[in-house]
Ligand binder design. Structure first.
Ligand code: DC
Length: 224
């Protein structure tokens, strides 16, 4: 059984998907982390993100494993380093490389062979798991998403320029939505959830209800 959660950055997708997976007793797959890992390796090896053949060779050259919701690259825990702002920027470029996408999609589909999955990203309901029984498209206005990001950064004591933050987010939205390969669009059969006016708990409760209805689950844990 598969629940897909797609949508733009800053909607709280990862948090909600992880907690939903816990509530359902499913595994959680964060596919953005995989594109970020490819970006991290490019930065470390001085590979230009636009050098398509060189970038395409990266996924084959590393071992990516999720363990306890942390991402390991060749036995190195990179869960923190992939959150770096430079990695974020490069990830958005390498994610438009069709060869990289092909390899990561195959890895994502393998993950679903072993477990029930809540998976989040941009193309999970459209390309990776077109037959998933429950598809959600989680969205929020760009202004609200930028506000949330700004709060997060100021909580960490970082100075933030609101205009730059919003412009950055809109640029990445545009890149994700207009790329030729697997652009960010809701699947035709996805439930659209706008979280602009909702708390994380409200979103989580709503998605749990949707998922249980779609998957016909009772309030018990289900394994494959
Ligand atoms: O969700 P995120 O910000 O961690 O994703 C990092 C980048 O990867 C972002 O630019 C969108 C891209 N991405 C993608 O193209 N397809 C996915 N399934 C997941 C993420």
């Amino acid at each position: 059984m598969i629940v897909t959660i797609d949508g733009p950055a800053g909607t709280g997708k990862s948090t909600v998907a992880r907690q939903l997976a816990e509530r359902l007793g499913f595994e959680f797959l964060n596919t953005g982390a995989m594109y970020r890992a490819v970006a991290l390796v490019c930065l470390e090896r001085n590979i230009a993100p636009q050098d398509d053949p060189a970038v395409a060779a990266v996924p084959h050259s590393v071992r990516m494993i999720f363990r306890n919701n942390r991402l390991w690259l060749n036995d190195r825990d990179v869960s923190e380093s992939i959150r770096d702002t430079t990695v974020t920027e490069v990830a958005s470029i390498v994610a438009s490389n069709p060869e990289v996408r092909k390899q990561l999609v195959a890895l994502q589909q393998q993950c679903a062979e072993q477990s029930n999955l809540v998976t989040e990203g941009r193309d999970q309901g459209t390309v990776v798991f077109p037959h998933a029984a429950c598809k959600i498209f989680l969205t929020a206005t760009a202004e609200e998403r930028a506000r949330r990001r700004m709060r997060e950064l100021s909580d960490q004591g970082q100075a933030v320029d609101w205009e730059a933050l919003l412009a950055d987010l809109q640029l990445r939205d545009h890149r994700d939505a207009t790329r030729a390969c697997a652009p960010l669009v809701p699947a035709a059969d996805a439930q659209i959830v706008d979280s602009s006016q909702m708390t994380i708990d409200e979103v989580l409760n709503h998605l749990e209800q949707l998922a249980r209805e779609r998957l016909q689950l009772k309030a018990t844990t289900v394994r494959p």
